[in-house]
Design a protein around this ligand. Structure first.
Ligand SMILES: NC(=O)c1ccc[n+]([C@@H]2O[C@H](COP(=O)([O-])OP(=O)(O)OC[C@H]3O[C@@H](n4cnc5c(N)ncnc54)[C@H](O)[C@@H]3O)[C@@H](O)[C@H]2O)c1
Length: 287
């Protein structure tokens, strides 16, 4: 069973990719909502760029892209969520902000509408508790860039119904995704494993095991990872890495998730990775 109207909340990096994906892979109307007009403008140009590239490479015809564009509406009004069959939230990784938004949307969206969060680490059960529809609430964790990465991780909260999981699983498959599901524990499967590796690589660097380049080569050439863990940390942003490690540490109460002091030092100095031009590596101008 598919969804006719999808409301994507948060027109940032993930939201724009998710909206483009749904508009090009399904016939759904896609509403992209953000509180900042500038974010909506940026989302429009990001989607134009991705779409133009897809047509150039022959992944999509010009007429298919034109049809997909007609199905996308950018909006600053949460009231446009009223008729949504599916809401996918992709605002900043902040529990309070997400709960507040879900509380507002719960009053706006029709009672049958399903709610999903693209959170990388926060409790789906705690987010669902901000609504009166916990049976129709789940985690729908896309990976960046959302229109390219094959994986979709689904996370049921404590009260998510089997029907909700089944409907969203089918929808995910219609987007061409391979689906894995995880219990609702901090970081689920993917964020937990990925972040532990980045953290351990930072400890290895701090302890002087080797250079950043050689630590990363250990994983790219030794384990066939496409990117080394330190380069990945810089790519994700060390502020986000630190924030998620803190979520794992408090969520599990287990010292194995304590953030490496080197990551804390780099973040305090404002060296957040690629976006500031320096993290574990030096990049020159910010990229
Ligand atoms: N960036 C990644 O690689 C990645 C991967 C998987 C999941 N995620 C998760 O996706 C979510 C979004 O991440 P992102 O990287 O796209 O962030 P982002 O900062 O690029 O985008 C967030 C957008 O949400 C908007 N926003 C903030 N508060 C809002 C509100 N109350 N109502 C409406 N819009 C609001 C902001 O204006 C911004 O445009 C986070 O939960 C993150 O953990 C990110």
């Amino acid at each position: 069973m598919t969804f006719s109207t999808v409301f994507v909340a948060g027109a940032g990096f993930m939201g724009s990719g998710i909206a483009y994906l749904i508009a090009t892979k399904t016939q759904a109307r896609v509403m992209v909502y953000d509180i900042y007009p500038a974010a909506l403008d940026k989302a429009r140009s990001v989607m134009e760029k991705i779409g133009g590239g897809a047509v150039e490479k022959g992944f999509l015809s010009a007429s298919e892209l034109a049809e997909a564009k007609k199905r996308i509406k950018l909006t600053e009004s949460d009231k446009d969520a009223a008729e949504a069959d599916l809401v996918i939230e992709a605002i900043a990784e902040d529990l309070r902000a997400k709960q507040e938004l879900f509380g507002i949307l719960d009053r706006t969206v029709k009672p049958q509408g399903i709610f999903a969060s693209n959170t990388s680490s926060l409790s789906i059960t705690a987010l669902a508790a901000a609504t009166k529809r916990p049976k129709q609430f789940l985690g729908m964790h896309f990976f960046s860039p959302a229109h390219i990465m094959k994986l979709l991780e689904l996370i049921p909260g404590l009260d998510t119904s089997i029907e909700t999981m089944d409907r969203v699983r089918q929808f995910g498959q219609s987007l061409g995704k391979v689906i894995i599901s995880s219990k609702d524990m901090p970081g689920f499967i993917t964020t937990r494993l990925g972040l532990v590796l980045i953290n351990e690589a930072a400890f290895a660097l701090m302890e002087g095991l080797s250079t950043p380049e050689e630590i990363d080569l250990g994983m790219t050439l030794g384990y066939n990872h496409p990117m080394g863990p330190l380069a990945l940390g810089d790519f994700v942003g060390l502020d986000i890495v630190l924030h998620v490690l803190d979520t794992l540490y408090t969520g599990f109460g287990d010292p194995k998730y304590r953030a490496c002091p080197l990551i804390k030092r780099l973040v305090s100095a404002g060296h957040l990775g690629r976006k500031t031009g320096r993290g574990f590596y030096e990049y020159g101008a910010a990229s």
